[in-house]
Design a protein around this ligand. Structure first.
Ligand SMILES: [Zn+2]
Length: 213
């Protein structure tokens, strides 16, 4: 699993991992969007909650993640930004125990607040497949089209300053406690996420090759 603040590069690294190792990847956001598009009862309930500005409960998120694991998680999996709270992490441990599976790696991408602000200010995302890149990349600034699916690259609408502040505060309060949760086992590894994506990815590949059977 990949953990880290908004803007730490989790999504980008998760995409690079899934392409390199052909491992299934998901994130709570991806699952919630798909459930909403399929108009499942949970998807509609979660959509209603987010529309009213609420956070989708740990129970709903964990339930959807478990369903996803049953469908796609047989040959390994990567979670991008899950778990987000200690409660979700505890439930995930139970689910993995039930499946007789173990968590090989919890990768924590460490980034400074300045890195987060710089990245989020210049982030572009593909509306179709979710690929994320940077406005400062001249190639994309010239022609904002996704290199993977030709979808339109747009500024993420959740990226304005006050939303970012809320997400960072939320991250510190609810997600950072996961550090001590996972420090109890030996799955946790910290990686300096302030560097370019290729350097970060090289470290992640080395870790996966060393730690994952
Ligand atoms: Zn795309």
């Amino acid at each position: 699993m990949l953990l880290g603040a908004p803007g730490s590069g989790k999504g980008t690294q998760a995409e690079m991992i899934t392409r390199h190792f052909a491992i299934a990847v998901t994130s709570p956001g991806t699952i919630l969007r798909r459930e909403r598009d399929l108009e499942t009862p949970l998807g509609l309930e979660a959509d209603e909650i987010s529309k009213q500005g609420g956070l989708v409960s740990d129970e709903i998120i964990v339930h959807l993640i478990e369903d996803w694991l049953n469908l796609h998680g047989r040959d390994g999996f990567v979670f991008d930004g899950f778990p987000r709270t200690v409660k979700q992490a505890e439930r995930l441990s139970e689910i993995l125990q039930k499946r007789k599976a173990a968590l090989d790696l919890a990768i924590w991408l460490e980034v400074s607040e300045q890195t987060v602000r710089d990245r989020i200010a210049s982030r572009l995302q593909c509306r179709r497949c979710g690929f994320t890149t940077s406005l400062t990349s001249a190639h994309f600034a010239e022609r904002p089209v996704c290199p993977y699916c030709d979808g339109p690259l747009i500024r993420r609408n959740d990226d304005d300053a006050s939303v970012l502040q809320t997400r960072l505060t939320e991250f510190k309060a609810k997600t950072e406690p996961l550090l001590s949760f996972y420090e109890k086992g030996d799955a946790l590894h910290r990686i300096d996420g302030n560097r370019d994506r290729e350097s970060v990815f090289a470290d992640i590949v080395a870790l996966i090759e060393e730690r994952v059977p």
